[in-house]
Design a protein around this ligand. Structure first.
Ligand code: FAD
Length: 417
């Protein structure tokens, strides 16, 4: 039984835990990270966003990531029937500060961040499972499989099962985003040459979509996202479902015809939710532990790192002056909640059939595509130029339901039986 005293205890060693661990340890705070698994461990979420680049500099990991990762310069969105394709490059995004990003296997990415946390002085304890937290006005006690840990503040970065969110009953699922996903790593997936080969490719059918993410010279991450209800009706294993969906789409069949599955197909479901609050007296939720919207725009790791940075900055100030907690935690709630609202609206629009019709009809004159591109890169600060263009984009998607302002896609592929 241990009874240590720390400034901050962090639950989880993923990006939402390692980011604040690095920043707080760099400030000289006494930090412990409690991670239930032994790293490296598998995680899905390999496509990163340009607006994490600034954070990678601050964390001191950009150079090591650059050596280990694939560059990512943008994305391609195509229809499953192969009749419509649109590529966009972050360098063309509306007044973007960061024009590129990384694609990287998460086991290696998360290991880089956790190693960095150790290097700058955080105590990292792997194989330690936090079972529950006693939250009191004078500090926090975490109960683990290895005894108790005491700290002045706690950051919960424990991922979608959110230890504190569950304990406090804060979880609210998004009823309209009940999805199921199956995914695996493959060798031999067809790839374009040059810069086009670095793009995340999204292939969209009726009520489902695929991702193809290049991980290195050989391996590609391939995943399918579909309605959870359709998956249940099909009564297939995740691997058989992924194979059946690939077989149903001409574009995917072509790209996957010479590919081989490496390891097993894995799956995830019931992942979209938001906790009612992200902070309370002496605690903050970061990353997926605060909420997760949907994998479509690869915002998960970006939000884990962004919230980890904001949480570390707030707690560092509160450690020096406890009277600032109410104001700084409220600002954290507002910032993270506002970003989640933005992406939720965008994700909800994506699942409208008209989204792809509008998105794949570039309107260069108004720079609508450039504004959408900027949001996809992680530009979440307020910019008037992006705001009005996004409002116009949503309006066109709404109007497109009634009037064909953009050419209709008539060849629709569905996974329903
Ligand atoms: C199908 C799918 C595809 C995705 N694709 C992308 C993508 O392309 N790009 C992207 O950016 N994001 C993607 N995501 C999202 C991404 O996976 C997450 O947003 C990201 O992993 C969040 O990081 P995190 O640190 O909050 O949580 P995690 O990465 O889940 O880390 C949480 C850590 O906490 C530990 N933990 C949990 N419980 C305890 C406990 N009780 N005690 C101690 N430790 C504990 C876990 O072992 C884990 O290591 C995808 C998600 C899904 C479901």
């Amino acid at each position: 039984m241990s009874d240590h005293e720390y400034d901050v205890a962090i639950i989880g060693g993923g990006p939402a835990g390692a980011t604040p661990a690095i920043l707080l340890a760099q400030k000289g705070r006494r930090v412990v990270v409690l991670e239930r698994e032994k790293f490296p461990r598998f995680r899905i979420g390999e496509s990163l966003l340009p607006y994490s680049m600034g954070a990678f500099d601050r964390l001191g990991v950009r150079e090591i990531l650059r050596q280990k990762a694939m560059p990512k310069n943008g994305a391609e969105i195509a229809t499953a029937c192969g009749t419509r394709q649109v590529k966009f490059f972050f360098k063309d995004g509306f007044r973007l500060k960061h024009g590129d990003a990384f694609q990287m296997e998460r086991a290696a990415f998360d290991q880089v961040l956790l190693d960095r946390a150790r290097e700058v002085g955080a105590e990292v304890r792997e194989g330690v499972h936090v079972e529950r937290a006693d939250l009191r006005s004078d500090g926090v006690t975490l109960h683990t499989n290895e005894g108790t840990v005491r700290a002045r503040y706690v950051i919960d970065g424990s991922g979608r099962h959110s230890i504190l969110g569950s304990q406090l009953g804060l979880r609210r699922p998004y009823a309209h985003l009940q999805k199921f996903s199956c995914f695996g790593h493959y060798e031999g997936v067809q790839r374009d040459e040059g810069i086009d080969g670095t793009l995340t490719r999204l292939v969209r059918g009726e009520g489902f979509w695929f991702w193809l993410i290049p991980l290195d010279a050989q391996r590609t991450s391939v995943g399918l996202v579909m309605e959870a209800a359709t998956f249940r009706t099909r009564k297939l294993s995740p691997e058989a479902m992924l194979d059946a969906a690939i077989a149903a789409c001409p574009l995917m069949r072509e790209r996957m015809q010479h590919s081989t599955l490496l390891g097993k197909v894995q799956s995830a479901g019931d992942y979209s939710f938001r906790n009612e609050r992200f902070t309370g007296d002496r605690w903050i939720l970061t990353g997926d532990a605060a909420g997760f919207i949907d994998p479509i725009f690869s915002t998960g790791v970006f939000l884990a790192i962004h919230s980890g940075e904001r949480a570390a900055d707030a707690i560092d100030l509160v450690l020096s002056d406890a009277t600032k907690q109410t104001r700084l935690f409220a600002a954290y709630e507002k910032n993270l909640g506002g970003i989640m609202d933005k992406y939720l609206r965008f994700v909800t629009a994506w699942y409208e059939p008209q989204f792809i019709e509008v998105f794949s009809t570039p309107a260069k004159r108004l720079q609508l595509a450039a504004a959408v591109n900027a949001v996809l890169a992680g530009h979440v600060g307020f910019s008037w130029g992006i705001w009005w263009r996004m409002e116009l984009f949503y309006l066109v998607v709404r109007l497109q339901k009634k009037w064909p302002l953009c050419p209709r896609i008539t060849e629709r592929i569905s996974l329903e039986v």
